[in-house]
Design a protein around this ligand. Structure first.
Ligand code: FES
Length: 139
C-alpha cells in the first residue's frame, strides 16, 4: 500500500534562528485583490508599508491569510515572525515592547521572537522579509 503524503502547493519561507523551516500553504488566496497576491508563484508580496511600522514598535499583518508580526527595531530594519503562538496556536499580538499571547500569557521578544515568559516552548517562527523602498516584502 502506498502512503503518499497529502501535499498541496506550498510557499516555503526561509526561517532563521534554529535553522528550522516554516511551510505556509500558499495556494488559497482569493481572487479579486489588486496587485498583492502571491498566487503561489513564489514572487515576493507586499505585507506592509515601512512607514506603517513605528520605529521601536510592531504591527500585525497577514501573509497568505496567516497572521504575522512585523517590528522595526531600528529605522529601515524590519523583522517579521509568524503570529501563531508556539504553545497552542493562538494569534499573538503586538504589546508594549514585546509580543503577547492572549490565551495563556506567553510573551515574546519583538526583535528576536524569543520566549520571554509563559508556557510557549519555542520562539516565534521568523519570516524573511526584504525592503523595497517603502514596501516590506515577504516570500
Ligand atoms: Fe499562546 Fe497558550 S496559545 S500561551
Amino acid at each position: 500500500m502506498s502512503h503518499a503524503p497529502d501535499v498541496t502547493r506550498r510557499t516555503v519561507i526561509l526561517i532563521g534562528g534554529a535553522g528550522t523551516a516554516l511551510a505556509l500553504a500558499g495556494c488559497a488566496a482569493p481572487s479579486g485583490s489588486s496587485g498583492s497576491s502571491s498566487k503561489g508563484t513564489g514572487k515576493p508580496v507586499e505585507i506592509a508599508r515601512l512607514a506603517d511600522i513605528p520605529v521601536g514598535g510592531s504591527i500585525s499583518a497577514t501573509l497568505d491569510q496567516k497572521p504575522v508580526l512585523l517590528s522595526q527595531p531600528k529605522a529601515g530594519e524590519v523583522v517579521a515572525f509568524s503570529a501563531i503562538c508556539t504553545h497552542l496556536g493562538c494569534p499573538v499580538a503586538p504589546g508594549k515592547g514585546e509580543f503577547d499571547c492572549p490565551c495563556h500569557g506567553s510573551r515574546f521578544n519583538s526583535t528576536t521572537g524569543a520566549v520571554l515568559g509563559g508556557p510557549a516552548p519555542r520562539p516565534l517562527e521568523k519570516i524573511t522579509v526584504t525592503i523595497d523602498g517603502d514596501r516590506v516584502l515577504a516570500g
